[in-house]
Design a protein around this ligand. Sequence first.
Ligand SMILES: NC(=O)c1ccc[n+]([C@@H]2O[C@H](COP(=O)([O-])OP(=O)(O)OC[C@H]3O[C@@H](n4cnc5c(N)ncnc54)[C@H](OP(=O)(O)O)[C@@H]3O)[C@@H](O)[C@H]2O)c1
Length: 167
Amino acid sequence: MSKTILIVGSSGGLGQVISNWFASRNFKLALHYHQHEPTIKSDNLKKYKADITKESEVKKMIDQVIADFGKIDIVINNAGVSKSEISWKTSSENWDHTLAVNLNGPFYVAKYVLPHMRENGFGRIIFMSSIVAQTGFIGTSAYAASKAGIIGLTKTLAKEVASKTLQ
Ligand SMILES: NC(=O)c1ccc[n+]([C@@H]2O[C@H](COP(=O)([O-])OP(=O)(O)OC[C@H]3O[C@@H](n4cnc5c(N)ncnc54)[C@H](OP(=O)(O)O)[C@@H]3O)[C@@H](O)[C@H]2O)c1
């Protein structure tokens, strides 16, 4: 039976390429978007609009995908924003928004999909970090911090889900 894959941020540059790749390989696709509805066409495909900075919208989306497809096997946490500003000129709005989309959003997705995957005994979640999380890059303080946070989140989740007994 083909796997169901939820692609969060399927409407952007990388998201469209990833979606097309999986669509041509017979996966069942749950395609998330925020402001730009994906135009891709495929038989086993449904689209979901959500602002991932809002926990309630993420929960609703995960519940709806499970209701529609019966399960979620794989998630690609691909949504992200980047606005270049030198650190001392970075507004708190830019900082907060970058962290909200790039770190809070993927966390909410994992939070609501993991219990379902643990119950099913199978699941894969892919997070999109960035090389700047490890190297730093001028003008990317909020972005680099959010992507470094993703690395810590991923490593911790990996340890948590390795145990079948944690409640
Ligand atoms: N491109 C690169 O060279 C590169 C390098 C390293 C890492 N990355 C990472 O790879 C991922 C994809 O990059 P990209 O260049 O393809 O980005 P992109 O074209 O700008 O696409 C961004 C995606 O994030 C979604 N998004 C933005 N704000 C959102 C919100 N509040 N709620 C839900 N979704 C939201 C957008 O949805 P809508 O368009 O529907 O609003 C879109 O699908 C990002 O996480 C990025 O940081 C990219």
